[in-house]
Design a binder for this molecule. Structure first.
Ligand SMILES: *Cc1c(COP(=O)(O)O)cnc(C)c1O
Length: 355
């Protein structure tokens, strides 16, 4: 039976990305060696990094003066690496979920942290608006897509200080104005590649200003200067990112990804709103196009397990909600097809007809 992968992360990738990466793992560029057993300094591997960086710059329209680097450690390492490199005196954080809160916590090791707003009291069911960012903050940190709660800031905010964004779960799903950001980072395993690599886009002239000694590995300048080759980078994950970046380009770039994201999410939210058995969990205007969270309506709460079993039997994978929200979460990253969402919607309709 066909499986539809709605996992939140690591998550769905286009089949051809997986197949092409698998081929290179068996025989890299016809060398007779595996991608897993060559040096990252082999002359064949450098073009992989170069093309990946060039595609990221092209797809996101990255202006001059920014560098793109690949690091290990996940987005979670960035929670501390960002303030270590960018926090001079004071940083502002928008608390929109567990990941946002974790980032905020790490910044406290490096200076004053101002929480400009929080929706924690409402279990992060909305994105706070109208908050005031201190004019003397070095940056405002935001989490553009809250993977666990299903809210999203799907635009580049206009604020008086530079933005720094965790875009782990919605990068490459829409065009962005990189010039508004001093730094953008994303763990690859949600919407870009297999787990193991983090993409960081940094504004070069903002580096080296923090008033502290930064250990070599944690200093972005080390990796910018060495083109992500200061130490051994995650070779296979970077290769899988390259395949996916090529796939995004072939399929119309981030503008097309944005359109697909709208089509998928609108179809699914429409069914959640129509179907008497289900309801959405977050404020409509803040609904994420990437992670669609919903629960059984109160009257039908006892049917949660039954629906999960029913949907699983029909091939839906990974739709159980995160434990802090409950219910269901259908993650609809770039590689999810409209057909996949249609299959889930059909499931919801069929289940309704049985009740
Ligand atoms: C998954 C996730 C993280 C954590 O990523 P790791 O790579 O596991 O450290 C951070 N931020 C967001 C928005 C996420 O979705």
């Amino acid at each position: 039976m066909k499986k539809y992968n709605f996992n939140a992360g690591p998550s769905i990738l286009p089949r051809e990305v997986i197949e092409n990466t698998a081929k290179q793992i068996l025989d890299f560029n016809g060398s007779g060696l595996s991608l897993m057993e060559i040096s990252h300094r082999a002359k064949d591997f450098q073009p992989v990094v170069d093309e990946s960086v060039a595609l990221i710059k092209e797809l996101l329209n990255v202006p001059e003066g920014y560098s793109v680097i690949f690091l290990g450690g996940g987005a979670s390492l960035q929670f501390m690496q960002v303030p270590c490199n960018f926090l001079i005196k004071k940083a502002a954080y928008l608390n929109t979920g567990v990941w946002a809160k974790k980032a905020q916590k790490e910044a406290q090791f490096y200076g004053e942290v101002v929480e400009v707003a929080s929706s924690a009291d409402a279990n992060y069911t909305f994105i706070p608006k109208g908050f005031i960012v201190p004019a003397d903050a070095d940056y405002l940190h935001i989490t553009t897509n809250n993977t666990i709660y299903g809210t999203e800031i799907r635009k580049d905010l206009d604020v008086s200080v530079p933005l720094i964004a965790d875009m782990s779960s919605d990068i490459f799903s829409r065009p962005i104005d990189v010039s508004k950001y001093d730094c953008i980072y994303a763990g690859a395993q949600k919407n870009l590649a297999m787990a193991g690599v983090t993409v960081i886009i940094v504004k070069d002239d903002k580096l080296g200003r923090a008033p502290r000694k930064i250990p070599t590995m944690l200093d972005y300048r080390t990796h910018v200067e060495k083109g992500s080759m200061f130490n051994t980078p995650p070779v296979v994950p970077i290769y899988s990112a390259l395949e996916n970046l090529r796939w995004i380009k072939r399929n119309g770039g981030v503008e097309a990804m944005d359109k697909r994201a709208h089509q998928r999410a609108e179809l699914l939210y429409a069914e959640i709103d129509r179907n008497r058995l289900f309801e959405g969990t977050v404020k409509e205007e803040d609904r994420s196009l990437m992670n669609v969270c919903f629960v059984m309506s109160k009257e039908y709460a006892e049917l949660e397990k039954d629906f999960l079993a029913f949907a699983t039997e029909k091939g839906m994978v990974g739709i159980k909600g995160h434990r802090s929200v409950g219910g269901f979460r259908a993650s609809c990253y770039n590689a999810m097809t409209l057909e996949g969402v249609e299959a889930l919607v059909t499931c919801m309709k069929e289940f309704e007809n049985r009740i």
